[in-house]
Design a protein around this ligand. Structure first.
Ligand code: NJP
Length: 232
C-alpha cells in the first residue's frame, strides 16, 4: 500500500495490464507512453500521473523521474516495459530500424534504470523489472535485430543487479513468449492468438517479482503459452 511505481509503455498491451494490476495492489502510478493515448489510461485509474515521453530520450525521462519524486516522494518500482519489434530477414533490415530498436529496447532500459537509481539508493530499496523476452535467451528466425536487443537487455540487467544489490535494490527480467498485444503492428484479440499468453499473465509475474520478500531476488521469470514450442 502507498508504494510508487513507474511503468513505461503503459498505453496498451502488457504495460496497460501491468498498470491495472499495480493499481489493484494500491500502488501510486506514473505511466509513460510515446503517444498521447497514455493520457486516456490516466482517466481510468486513481493516484496516477501520465506522461507522454520517449524512453530513449534522457532529458524527457529525467523530467518524468523528477516529477515522480516531486509528486509522490519516492520510487519503489520501475517497470521497463516499452519496446518495439521488427521481424524480417537480416538483409531486409535497415540501419534505421536497427538503430531505433536499440534506442527504444536497450537505450530506453539504460536511461530509465539510470534515472531511478539515485533515488532508490537514497531509499536503500527498490525493484527494477525489465520486460525482456524469451528471445533474450535463445534465437529465432527473422528476428536478428530484435533478438540482439533482448540479449543486450539480459546482459545489462544481470550486471546492474550485481552492482546495486548491496543497496537493497533488486533488478530482474521477465521473459515472455508470445503475448496477445498490439506488438509489432499486431492487434489484440485476434482469433489466431486465442491461446497465446494474455497481457495480464505477464502483469501477474510483475506483481510476484515486485512483492517478493525484501530478502529475495527473483532474477528472472520465463513464461510461455503451452502451445508454443521453443528450444531447450
Ligand atoms: O507491445 P505493444 P507489448 N517510448 O505494442 C510503448 C515485450 N515482449 O505490450 O507508443 C515510450 O502492445 C507504446 O506506447 P505508444 C516487448 O519487447 C512482447 O507486447 O504510446 N513508450 C505501448 O504502450 C516489449 O518490451 C511480446 O503506443 C513507447 C507499448 O510501448 C514489451 O513486451 C513477446 C515507446 C507497446 O505496446 C511490451 O510489448 C516478448 C517509446 N519510445 C516480449 N515505444 C509479445 N507481445 O508477444 C513504444 O517476448 N512505446
Amino acid at each position: 500500500q502507498g508504494q510508487v511505481a513507474i511503468v513505461t509503455g503503459a498505453s496498451r498491451g502488457i504495460g496497460l495490464a501491468i498498470a491495472h494490476k499495480l493499481a489493484e495492489q494500491g500502488m501510486k502510478l506514473v505511466l509513460i507512453g510515446s503517444s498521447s493515448d497514455i493520457h486516456r489510461v490516466g482517466e481510468q485509474l486513481k493516484d496516477v500521473k501520465t506522461f507522454q515521453a520517449d524512453v530513449s530520450n534522457e532529458q524527457q525521462m529525467n523530467e518524468v523521474v523528477e516529477a515522480t519524486i516531486a509528486t509522490f516522494g519516492r520510487i519503489d518500482l520501475l517497470v521497463n516495459n516499452a519496446g518495439i519489434g521488427v521481424f524480417k530477414p537480416v538483409e531486409e533490415t535497415t540501419v534505421e530500424e536497427w538503430k531505433r530498436l536499440f534506442e527504444v529496447n536497450v537505450q530506453g532500459v539504460f536511461i530509465g534504470t539510470k534515472a531511478v537509481l539515485p533515488h532508490m539508493k537514497k531509499q536503500r530499496s527498490g525493484t527494477i523489472i525489465t520486460i525482456s523476452s524469451d528471445v533474450g535467451r535463445y534465437t529465432i528466425v527473422n528476428g536478428s535485430a530484435y533478438t540482439a536487443t533482448k540479449y543486450a537487455v539480459q546482459g545489462f540487467s544481470g550486471s546492474v543487479a550485481q552492482e546495486v544489490r548491496s543497496y537493497g535494490i533488486r533488478v530482474g527480467t521477465i521473459n515472455p513468449g508470445m503475448v496477445d498485444t498490439y506488438f509489432a503492428n499486431s492487434t489484440q484479440g485476434l482469433p489466431e492468438k486465442a491461446e497465446w499468453l494474455k497481457a495480464e499473465d505477464v502483469a501477474e509475474a510483475v506483481v510476484y517479482m515486485a512483492s517478493a520478500p525484501k530478502h529475495m531476488l527473483v532474477d528472472e521469470i520465463v513464461l510461455h503459452p503451452l502451445i508454443q514450442t521453443y528450444p531447450v
